[in-house]
Design a protein around this ligand. Structure first.
Ligand SMILES: [Fe+2]
Length: 184
């Protein structure tokens, strides 16, 4: 049975591993291997949002619920991340800084039970391609909320400091779409 305290303990122990991003990827993969069991512990997604399960200087664990068809512009984290999907689907587009600004590197689609890790310099944009909520377990090797980082405009690809209020607005808008979809 999934136990959040044990999960955080395991991830904390993995911070001392030579490759903590790969070690935590294994822990995340095990957690999302049984989505029903995980959701009994953390709840089934009901609204889009960033739900903090654990936050310290060295480790952040989030339950990230993407709204229907939600798109999050390119951004970085400045710390490694391990991501696992427990319901729905997430499309990641990876980018890098090039001579003429941001360049697309590749694309990776993640479905239920998939887990993946991202290096500290990774830049990605995320789309939920489904008309329902997607739920993902995210583990970060640092203080996700206290670390300054960048985002890039979805259209112009211009870099600016990450705007937490804007991100919250995107989740709010996705929840409004969710509400109007349910009313239809
Ligand atoms: Fe991200």
């Amino acid at each position: 049975m999934f136990d959040l305290d044990r999960f955080v303990q395991d991830c904390t122990a993995a911070l001392d591993d030579a490759s903590p991003e790969m070690a935590t990827r294994e822990i995340v993969a095990a957690a999302v291997s049984d989505p029903a069991d995980l959701m009994r512990a953390i709840g089934e997604p009901e609204r889009g949002g960033i739900y903090t399960l654990h936050n310290s200087d060295r480790l952040t664990v989030l339950n990230l619920v993407w709204g229907p068809e939600m798109v999050l512009m390119p951004h970085d984290h400045r710390m490694w991340a391990s991501i696992g999907i427990y319901t729905g689907r997430e499309v990641n587009v990876f980018w890098r800084r090039g001579a003429d600004g941001l360049e697309q590197l590749g694309r990776k689609e993640m479905s239920e039970r998939d887990a993946n890790w991202l290096g500290a310099t990774a830049i990605h944009s995320v789309t939920n391609p489904l008309s329902r909520l997607t739920g993902a377990l995210h583990v970060y090797g640092g203080d996700f909320f206290g670390t300054p980082r960048s985002e890039w405009d979805a259209e112009t690809l211009e870099e600016s400091p990450y705007d937490v209020a804007k991100a919250r607005r995107l989740f709010d808008e996705s929840n409004q779409r969710l509400d109007s979809g349910q009313r239809r």
